[in-house]
Write a new protein. Structure first.
Length: 721
């Protein structure tokens, strides 16, 4: 709430949404398109700084922000795995070496780590041993804190030399913590290994990631809004070779490269552009049947495209699908002016005028017509230029590119085309060859057909007018039945699958269900590779959620992506206990949330109780409608809970405060960070918890705290009941 209140005062904020789960809050801010994202980021940082005092003192990490659309798909997936090294070492190389280097590249918003296995030392307390020694969890935590210190100790200044004092107060692994003395009993030390297991472990042992069926660390690179995907990916690939510096026992694989499909798409559009230019030149030649007369409008066409490139460069536009499509469409427009100019000049030359005189006279007669044609055609795209919202931002480059190409073609037709005609064009000859005569016969035949049909239409005026009625009706019908959408579904050789199990499922059981889904995906012949992750962290917002990113084979080697999704949906539906939401990610995702499906309805109310009441009702009603698939909700409030009622009077008699009780519970079951290891290139946590085998034991699940020399056992939780 303090953050949301501060964020709501930032100028240009369109919407704000937050997702809150156990131990994690993510707030998404969406700004209007007129707001500069870098300036908005500074305001966000200032708002975070101003609310720091209101945060809990023991937060492991302060709030951070990223300039990224959370709904946007990563542009690059990198998977690191090893069959020899522990995953904590693989994670160390991925997090501190690769991820940091990638994050420094201009245009990279963040590098997400799926299945993070960061090293940590875990101290798993034994409640029975603590009870026998009458030791509280707070004593264990204090002993660890006091044993692991990293403080400046000064220096020694001599007459000729100075020495820096360096102590061995830092403990860096589990073996170093085992002999730590917690307290003394009967004049004998009670060491940490006597009351707890100390193991080399990982920071979050409730997340896992796989590359196919092998445990791996997956890095997902997301770009900043407005940056070029191809440029960012190229910059990442131009980094000094990571393979040369990584251990030989570690494998690095590019799971998916978004720029590859973009390059293919742009190459297709470029081929279409070249083919269009060639066909236009061919058509000009077939109708003019004069090489010189064909070259002149062809030069106007090529110069118009080159001139448009120059304007795009000055406006910092990129060669993408929309701009190249605009150039492709403009090819048919830009030659019209030049052809009209040439025809008028040739007409005067056929009347006996010299080329120079014909060029002056013809251009003077047709100049105003070309200007009016050019301006009127360019004016068609002016409304698109001033469109607002997402559609206006998407089509702005398209409208500017095609308008510039038309305007440049008009200028060339008024200047270069008459000049070239006066120099190189020759009066038509009366003698022609077989090729010319054959094309002339075809042209005359087409003209005769046009004349006959035109006379017929002019004779049947009423019937011609009435024929417009069924055409209008048919147009309206087709407009109604044709599928509509923001963007058409595009096959980019990727499938995103979000998994969801019952609320309250254990992590180990969730892993089993996730692996069952992975087995089905692995048997699909169209799948080239895939990654899988499970557990709360990164894009997964709860412990009962997971995801799979599936990279498909090339399109010519498989079925359509939608058909593959239909096949996988049928097979995965047979797996009990888990739901899988499959989708073909769109090229452009609008909105700040990555949802389980492509469409989403949002319920809003100032009364959270009403939201909790009506969200399940709406979900059931929508699920009953025909034509809907994968209906779900992000409201998860049915997770099993154990209610703990603190007897405040009894606690007061024992000299125990409520804060001490909750601190003891947090230390026992909350995987509490009690100390920090400051290594050379990273920081690692020392985590205190109760041994897992005792956490579900109703007889041994007690939390202990010290009260002077007396240990009070104040709570017993019958979890199995």
């Amino acid at each position: 709430m303090p953050l949301e209140r501060q964020f709501s005062t930032i100028a240009g904020l369109d919407s704000m949404s937050s997702v809150n789960t156990l131990g994690l809050t993510q707030i998404t801010l969406q700004f209007n398109l007129a707001r500069d994202i870098d300036a908005a980021a500074l305001d966000v940082q200032a708002a975070i700084t101003s609310t720091l005092r209101g945060f809990p003192q023991d937060m492991p990490n302060p709030p951070t922000y990223r300039k990224v659309n959370p709904a946007d798909q990563p542009i690059l997936y990198l998977a690191l795995s090893s069959t020899i090294l522990p995953l904590s070492e693989v994670n160390e190389f991925a997090d501190t070496f690769i991820a940091q280097r990638i994050s420094m590249i201009n245009g990279v918003a963040q590098v997400q780590v799926f299945g993070s296995q960061k090293y940590a030392v875990r101290v798993q307390a034994n409640p029975r041993a603590l009870a026998s020694y009458r030791i509280g969890l707070d004593e264990v935590a204090d002993a660890i804190r006091h044993a692991n210190v990293n403080l400046p100790t000064g220096d020694l200044q001599g007459k000729h030399k100075a020495f820096v004092l360096q102590t061995n107060g830092q403990l860096e692994n589990a073996a170093a913590y085992e002999p730590v003395i917690v307290t003394w009993r009967d004049k004998s030390p009670v060491r940490l290994r006597d009351v707890a297991k100390v193991i080399d472990s990982i920071e979050n042992n409730r997340v896992s990631g796989w590359l196919r069926d092998v445990r791996a660390i997956v890095l997902a690179v997301q770009r900043q809004p407005g940056t070029n995907t191809v440029e960012v990916v190229d910059a990442i690939k131009q980094l000094p070779s990571c393979r040369e510096q990584m251990p030989a026992a570690m494998d690095l694989e590019i799971l998916y490269d978004r720029s590859a499909s973009i390059r293919e798409s742009v190459d297709d559009v470029k081929f279409t552009l070249v083919l269009t230019i060639s066909l236009v030149i061919l058509v000009i030649f077939l109708f003019l049947r004069n090489l010189t007369a064909t070259i002149i409008p062809s030069l106007a066409l090529i110069l118009s495209v080159v001139g448009t490139f120059s304007v795009m460069y000055l406006l910092e536009y990129s060669l993408d699908n929309l701009s190249l499509m605009a150039l492709t469409l403009s090819v048919g427009f830009v030659v019209d002016d030049a052809i009209v100019m040439i025809e008028n000049i040739v007409r005067h030359m056929e009347h006996g005028e010299k080329p120079r005189q014909a060029a002056f006279k013809g251009s003077r007669e047709i100049g105003f017509t070309i200007i009016s044609m050019t301006v009127s055609l360019a004016a068609v795209f002016i409304p698109v230029l001033f469109m607002g919202g997402i559609m206006g931002r998407l089509l702005r480059e398209f409208s500017v590119t095609i308008s510039v190409a038309i305007l440049i073609s008009g200028f060339i037709s008024l200047s270069q085309t008459p000049a070239l005609c006066s120099r190189f064009l020759r009066p038509p000859s009366d003698k022609h060859g077989f090729f010319y005569n054959s094309l002339e016969a075809i042209s005359n035949g087409m003209l005769w057909i046009y004349e006959v049909t035109l006379r017929l239409v002019l004779r049947l005026k009423l019937l011609t007018l009435l024929s417009m009625i069924p055409l209008l009706i048919l147009t309206g019908y087709l407009f109604k039945v044709i599928p509509k959408g923001f963007l058409s579904s595009e096959d980019t050789s990727q499938i995103l699958a979000i998994t969801e199990a019952a609320q309250g499922i254990s992590f180990e059981d969730m892993k089993i269900h996730q692996q069952e889904v992975a087995k089905v995906v692995m048997q699909e012949p169209a799948v080239r590779s895939f990654m899988s992750s499970v557990g709360a962290g990164g894009p997964n917002q709860s412990s009962n959620a997971g995801r799979l990113f599936i990279h498909l084979k090339p399109r010519e080697e498989r079925k359509k992506v939608d058909d593959i999704i239909d096949d996988l949906r049928v097979q995965i539906a047979r797996i009990p206990g888990i739901r899988v939401f499959l989708q073909n990610p769109p090229s452009i995702r609008v909105g700040g949330q990555q949802t389980k499906s492509q469409y989403q309805f949002t319920l809003q109310s100032p009364d959270i109780g009403q939201l909790h009441q009506y969200a399940p009702i709406l979900e059931e009603k929508v699920r009953a409608l025909e034509g809907f698939l994968d209906v779900t909700t992000d409201l998860q409030i049915t997770n099993p809970e154990v209610k703990i009622d603190i007897n405040r009077d009894r606690a007061s008699v024992l000299g125990v405060t409520v804060q001490q009780i909750e601190d003891a519970l947090y230390s026992a079951f909350g995987t509490r960070q009690v100390s920090t290891i400051y290594a050379t290139n990273n920081q690692y946590r020392v985590i205190l918890e109760v041994e897992p085998e005792f956490q579900m034991d109703p007889h041994c699940c007690r939390c202990f705290m010290s009260k002077g020399a007396i240990t009070v056992s104040f709570l017993s939780i019958p979890l199995r009941q």
